[in-house]
Ligand binder design. Sequence first.
Ligand code: SF4
Length: 275
Amino acid sequence: MPLSVIDLYHKVLPKTNCKDCGFPTCLAFASMVVSEKLPLKNCPHLAADMIETCRKELDAQYAAGKWTKRDLASDALQWAKERAASVNLEDLPPRIGGELIRENDEYVLKLPYFTGHILIKKGSVCKENGELLNHWEQVFIFNHLSQGGSAVPTGKWKGLEEIPNTISKIKSMRAHVEEPLLARFSGKVEELRSASLAIGGTDMTETVKSTDLAFLFKPLPKIPLMLMFWEGDPKEGLNAIVKVLFDETITQHLDIESIMFLSERLRQLLCGEKK
Ligand code: SF4
């Protein structure tokens, strides 16, 4: 049977988050094994027969291309770059925000991104220190350049299921965003608060009173996200719930795939996962 990130995390890994594999959590490590083919034996706390059993399952799903991201990422990035190639950088600030600066006689768009800024030139996106963003970040940013309209967020929030044509993505949102966040933060609401503050979130818990935690994020100027978290009550049989909400204008700024990639980036940052 194929091993998803959640299968690996729940059924195989020790869930001690000891960091001996070089990742901050077992969940982050599981994600890299499934999507980036990182060897399972990099976790030194697994029995040899368990590694061997899983290796056969993982080899089969890698061969089938199931859940691996590398090829998919290259195609998606190439397509997103092609979409953005005809965009004139000088037209962007009124549409998507940011400011134009001059660098070596060419225009560069300096755009706020989470807690810092990114620099956008023709065909490239990087951080201010020159570090490249990961494939998936580049995909949603290039798509935002080509698609981003001038709509201003209205503050009306919607779950993914309320956005048209997202039915095929509901499961992905659960598997790649909500479940990993729950696995990492259930029973640890203060850790989620700290992680949210560390990536520039604004605590809205006092305003959104029906939740145990609510945070507003501004990954990009025209694209706010709201994270809502309910702790549940195991004694009452109530499980914790997490939801990512989007402003009703989001589809004027991002396509559905890019909404997923942005949501996954939020999960990575909150969980302290490497790229
Ligand atoms: S080594 Fe990594 S995967 Fe293994 S238990 Fe420690 S944190 Fe988890």
